[in-house]
Design a protein around this ligand. Structure first.
Ligand SMILES: Cc1cc2nc3c(=O)[nH]c(=O)nc-3n(C[C@H](O)[C@H](O)[C@H](O)COP(=O)(O)O)c2cc1C
Length: 364
């Protein structure tokens, strides 16, 4: 029987956000695969969907950043997610920005973070994945695993592609899909990779390396590009054009070689500027992001066409918010801040609500 989140939340919210985060991750890591997992286990809502050639058990995933080092994959799976995205991982370990670097804005059910890809690097990352039930006994763990990769802060932006290639090689064998994170606001100049020429160059290199890895492994892993909600209409149009240039034949988009995750956190903090911590540097997530990420998804769907895989994330605080994402054009959704404010029951209510939404005619 899961512990009601309403009982724990006041305790959590009385503590420093990053301390709670680290405590939670280590508690989940220790208890997963033990009888204590019943404290957070929930039935997985069955709502099978095929996207990118993969079978998703349901349409609700964990967004990247909550489990940067892939320590708790089996715990997330027991909570009923259909897919779990871990990372962002960089080739080498790095400490991230100085603390404090996560802030709660409870009046707006929001968070601001400037973590800066603090993570243990790809070696530890794949070591943790190797220990998961997900990898050792896949038949017992139907969730799909997304591995989100980024560049080290010390790597100059002109050499960013080297870091992405190294990270891709390190994680490829373990991934159901790989996410190319070019939209964190907390790594200097990272978002410049979203512009058309830089993006085309980076994705072309990654595509070539994927072909080599696929030839060796016999498995072609789909790649998702994660973008910011702060692009204007023209930037989004160019972004979509670039992706379509990479998949010139409509067929290859249908095979799901590429997809998009929209969106990362926003730099637009107008709505929270008057609140304590509202002017902290970093990316804003949670309720203030709901509408702008839906807007980005709607525009992307229009530019990418009906069949391009699109995962919606940003400010899903309720089942209704998730339904809005699907109506805006997303194939499935991910949660982060909603989980902090509502607890794991949100996974079930979102999955249940999406089960009642018709599946889009996305081809796999
Ligand atoms: C504390 C924190 C850390 C995050 N770290 C990452 C990350 O490492 N990589 C990434 O792609 N997104 C990261 N994100 C962004 C989330 O995955 C998500 O895209 C964003 O928070 C919007 O969703 P939400 O409103 O449901 O939180 C992070 C978000 C938060 C709040």
């Amino acid at each position: 029987m899961p512990v009601p989140y309403a009982l724990i939340k006041p305790l959590f919210f009385a503590m420093d956000p990053e301390v709670v985060h680290d405590l939670t991750v280590s508690m989940l890591e220790k208890t997963q695969r033990t009888p204590w997992a019943s404290l957070y286990r929930q039935p997985r809502i069955e709502d099978p969907m095929r996207l990118c050639g993969l079978n998703f058990p349901n349409r609700v995933g964990l967004a990247a950043g909550l489990d940067k080092n892939a320590r708790c994959i089996d715990a997330w799976s027991s909570m009923g997610f259909g897919f779990v995205e871990v990372g962002t991982v960089t080739p080498r370990p790095q400490a991230g920005n100085p603390k404090p670097r996560i802030f709660r804005l409870p009046q707006e059910r929001a968070l601001i973070n400037r973590l800066g890809f603090n993570n243990e690097g790809t070696d530890r990352f794949v070591h943790h994945i190797g220990q998961s039930l997900h990898l050792q006994r896949p038949t017992l763990s139907p969730v799909l695993l997304g591995l989100n990769i980024g560049k080290n802060a010390t790597t100059p932006i002109e050499e960013a592609s080297q870091d992405y290639l190294l990270a891709l090689e390190a994680v490829y064998a373990y991934a159901d899909y790989v996410t190319i994170n070019i939209s964190s606001p907390n790594t200097k100049n990272l978002r410049s990779l979203q512009s058309d020429e830089a993006l085309f160059a980076l994705l072309t290199l990654l595509d070539q390396r994927r072909q080599e890895l696929a030839a060796k492994s016999g498995r072609r892993v789909p790649m998702m590009v994660k973008i910011a909600p702060d692009m204007d209409e023209e930037e989004l149009r160019l972004f979509a054009l670039t992706l379509k240039r990479l998949c010139p034949v409509d067929e290859s988009a249908k095979q799901g070689l590429w997809g998009v995750i929209a969106t990362n956190t926003t730099l637009n903090k107008e709505r929270v500027a008057h609140l304590p911590h509202g002017d902290e540097a970093g990316g804003l997530s949670g309720a203030p992001l709901t509408a702008s990420s839906c807007h980005t998804i709607r525009q992307l769907r229009e530019h990418l066409g009906a069949h391009f895989p699109l995962i919606g994330v940003g400010g899903i605080m309720s089942a209704d918010d998730a339904v809005e994402k699907i109506k805006a054009g997303a194939d499935c959704v991910q949660l982060y801040s909603g989980l902090i404010y509502q607890g794991p029951a949100l996974i079930k209510s979102v999955a249940q609500a999406l089960k009642n939404q018709p599946l889009k005619p996305t081809l796999s």
